[in-house]
Every structure is written in structure tokens, then in C-alpha cells.
Design a protein around this ligand. Structure first.
Ligand SMILES: *Cc1c(COP(=O)(O)O)cnc(C)c1O
Length: 222
């Protein structure tokens, strides 16, 4: 099936929900990104900074670039001029570096806190308690060039759909509890990034506002 057809299939499930699609373009060539762009998709997600920078430079400038993968502090400077949303903030140190680089470009960079919800050892992210601590820290409130706008999470890689649903539901519940909590002036709970090719239907049903879909649109990766 064509990329346009696949995008249509995914976006159909989003009708009336307010949830938006991020096409995850990592490892895929520019021609495929242009095909998605031609089909109306303007939000792209990459998990490596260098690859995102190279693609940004060669593609139309009305594309929103989302950094969804684990981020090292020494890479922040390369994407600070243009990145739209960083989904993978998992430490104060990283947030401070994003703030510093955003300031150099006169920008405020929006970020999500990546929350660990999976029953797996390998995934990055903060626990609920660590996220609350980060949001309560005076060092966080002092940052003028970042804005925390929500949370991101990845479910366990499993066929057990009920487990995946339960993980998404727990993240949504935490998101809502933060919406009811006092937050620093540079934070709000507006975006909930959850759902990938195998589980975006569940994520949308559980209240996702941003799904990150790669292989269902572009085919599997090596
Ligand atoms: C690769 C990736 C995705 C997309 O995965 P698919 O299963 O291909 O849809 C989503 N989120 C993150 C963080 C990723 O690294």
C-alpha cells in the first residue's frame, strides 16, 4: 500500500479525537518523507539528532520536527535552532542544556517528560515520583527557555493488549493528576504522547494527543 494510503488509514482513527499523528521517519529516505508531506503530513519524528538535522536542512520549512529518541546533552545544540518538541526529557541536566541552547537562539523549546511505564528493563524514562520531583524543583522553575507541555511514554513490547492498555491508562491517570497539581509557570499538561504502530489504537482510546507511528506508514525498518 502507498504511504498516502497508510497515512489515511491511521488518521481515520483520529477523527474527532483531537489527537495528532507524528510520522516517525527514522532510517527512511527523503523521497519517502516527501511522499508523506505530499499526503498532508507535516509532523515528523526522528530519534537521532544528526539524522533529523540532515533531513531538516533538505526539506520544506513548514515541517514540525519532533525528537522522540533518547537524547544526549552534547547533541542538543545541533537541533536547538529548529526542533518543535522534545519528547524524551528524562533529567534536570538535559532540561537545563535544552534551556541553555534555546536561549542562544532566542527560543523557548517545548518538551515532554518521558515517563517509564513499561515492565521492561531497557526503556528510558522517569518514574512518577521522579517526574513530580523534577516538576517541583526550583531549578526547573528557573528555566526561561524551555516549557514542559506534557508527558511521553512507551508501553511494554508485548502481544498482551490488556497490559498495554493498562500502561497507557496509568500514564493518562498520572497526566490528569498533574493537571490538578500546582505546576511551575513554565509547565502545563497539554500533550500526552503515547502510541506507536502496534498500539496506537489503544493509545487513542486511552486519551493520547500525539501518536508516533513509523512502520505502519513507511514499512518495517532494518
Ligand atoms: C521508532 C519509534 C516509534 C515508532 O515505532 P513504530 O513501531 O515503527 O511505529 C515511536 N516512538 C519512538 C520513541 C520510537 O523510537
Amino acid at each position: 500500500m502507498s504511504i498516502a494510503h497508510n497515512i489515511h488509514t491511521v488518521t481515520q482513527t483520529l477523527a474527532g479525537t483531537g489527537c495528532r499523528l507524528i510520522a516517525v521517519t527514522k532510517t527512511k529516505p527523503l523521497e519517502m518523507l516527501l511522499e508523506a508531506y505530499g499526503a498532508g503530513c507535516k509532523l515528523f519524528g526522528e530519534n537521532r539528532v544528526q539524522e533529523m538535522v540532515e533531513k531538516y536542512e533538505q526539506l520544506p520549512k513548514d515541517i514540525e520536527w519532533h525528537l522522540i529518541g533518547h537524547l544526549q546533552t552534547n547533541k542538543v545544540k545541533y537541533m536547538a535552532p529548529f526542533v518543535t518538541l522534545v519528547h524524551s526529557v528524562d533529567s534536570l541536566k538535559l532540561l537545563q542544556e535544552i534551556d541553555r541552547q534555546a536561549a542562544r537562539h532566542g527560543r523557548v523549546i517545548e518538551c515532554l517528560l518521558q515517563i517509564y511505564i513499561a515492565r521492561e528493563e531497557s526503556k528510558f524514562g522517569l518514574s512518577f515520583d521522579e517526574a513530580r520531583e523534577l516538576l517541583a524543583a526550583p531549578e526547573t522553575a528557573a528555566l526561561a527557555n524551555v516549557r514542559i507541555v506534557g508527558l511521553m511514554g512507551m508501553a511494554t513490547f508485548t502481544d498482551d493488549r490488556e497490559q498495554i492498555r493498562a500502561e497507557f491508562r496509568s500514564l493518562k491517570a498520572f497526566f490528569e493528576s498533574l493537571q490538578q497539581s500546582p505546576l511551575p509557570a513554565n509547565a502545563e499538561m497539554r500533550e500526552l504522547s503515547m502510541g506507536m504502530s502496534g498500539d496506537y489504537d489503544l493509545a487513542v482510546a486511552e486519551g493520547s494527543t500525539l501518536i508516533r507511528v513509523g512502520s505502519s506508514i513507511f514499512g518495517s525498518r532494518q
